[in-house]
Design a protein around this ligand. Structure first.
Ligand code: TRP
Length: 335
């Protein structure tokens, strides 16, 4: 065990992601790489939120199990360590649903319909479950009494809502729940091959399970500064999604890439090749671990099982206090 692991952990983190299929480098550098760092310093609960994904795919669940498996494999191969954090599936810890139900009494419908995340999708998704999505998210967090939640800015309002629900619970009954806070980290901007936000749904992404060749090919097809048509033409790195990636993957982008791009000396083809080498270096160990893990699916499910057991212990403990605060413990505890 290294020094960092031995350091005493004090605070608890809950993080969650919907199992929507293979992760791409946007998810990797945006969220996962951060989680991997945090696992040394916090009690960490990493949750694959399958119930949340039902809001969109409730009538088409046949692929869900495979998506959960792939997400677990992606997390493990990216460096989440089951010795350091509990990795588990939301629906295997029923306490999330129990707290969700209790929370649903403490919030009004208009508070939920006003949320931008609801407004954005309400024409497509108008179920009761979708309206309650942030309430379930609040339960995910508060059922562990997590102090911090690593999220992007788009999720900030949901974390405020979770803190508000904890506060409301505490003032209605008895101080029981921790009011969580968002752990915001400036996430590097990652654009896809068409210069829009990298997203699986746009098909402009680089999945972390791409082969070396696929990665190189996808990069070759990337949008670049349209004014720079051939080597020799001066370019504007700030306008180029490839340069954004160079910023993440090369050591000295501002010295080794930007000046050559601006002067024209560095052509886009060469620039992309350089990036491809760097990116493939970064992804290779992940791919290798991935290949090993998919050979042993039972081991992956076992990890999720152990993770759920650990999560359940903590969640049951918190729920016992919740029921106590609400005067809803009807029986003596069995010895
Ligand atoms: N809503 C989050 C997202 O779309 C996923 C999520 C569900 C989550 N429960 C959570 C994130 C709890 C953090 C904590 O990204």
């Amino acid at each position: 065990m290294n020094e960092k692991v031995k350091k005493e952990k004090k605070e608890t983190i809950l993080s969650g992601m919907q199992p929507t299929g293979a992760l791409h480098i946007g998810n990797l550098e945006g969220a996962l790489a951060n989680w991997v760092e945090l696992q040394d310093d916090y009690w960490m609960y990493c949750c694959i939120v399958d119930w949340h994904s039902l809001t969109a795919i409730y009538d088409d669940t046949k692929g869900l199990k495979e998506s959960i498996f792939q997400m677990a494999v992606d997390w493990l191969s990216s460096g989440l360590d089951p010795e350091k954090c509990a990795i588990f599936v939301q629906s295997e810890v029923k306490e999330h649903a129990e707290l969700h139900l209790i929370f649903s009494m403490l919030i009004t419908v208009p508070t939920l319909t006003r949320l931008p995340t609801y407004q954005d999708k309400k024409d497509k998704l108008d179920s009761y479950g979708f309206l309650g999505y942030p309430v379930l998210q609040a339960a995910d967090i508060c059922v562990y009494n997590a102090n911090k939640v690593p999220v992007g800015r788009d999720q900030e309002k949901h974390i405020w809502l979770a803190a508000d629900l904890a506060k409301r619970f505490n003032s209605t009954y008895k101080k029981t729940l921790v009011e969580p806070e968002a752990l915001l980290k400036e996430i590097p901007l990652i654009l896809g091959s068409d210069n829009r936000k990298m997203s699986k749904s746009f098909g402009n992404h680089i999945p972390i399970d791409f082969t070396e060749k696929q990665t190189e090919k996808r990069l070759k097809g990337f949008y670049t500064d349209p004014k720079k048509l051939r080597k020799g033409d001066p370019g504007t790195p700030e306008k180029c999604p490839i340069f954004l990636l160079q910023r993440i993957y090369s050591d000295k982008p501002d010295e080794e890439i930007a000046p050559g791009c601006r002067s024209g000396e560095l052509g886009c083809v060469e620039c992309k090749l350089k990036l491809s080498l760097r990116l493939n270096n970064r992804l290779q160990p992940i791919r290798d671990r991935r290949a090993e893990l998919v050979k042993h699916p039972d081991d992956v499910w076992d990890i999720l099982d152990t993770g759920a057991q650990r999560a359940r212990q903590r969640a049951q403990n918190v729920m016992e206090k919740v029921r106590g605060a609400m005067k809803m413990t009807y029986r003596k505890k069995k010895k």
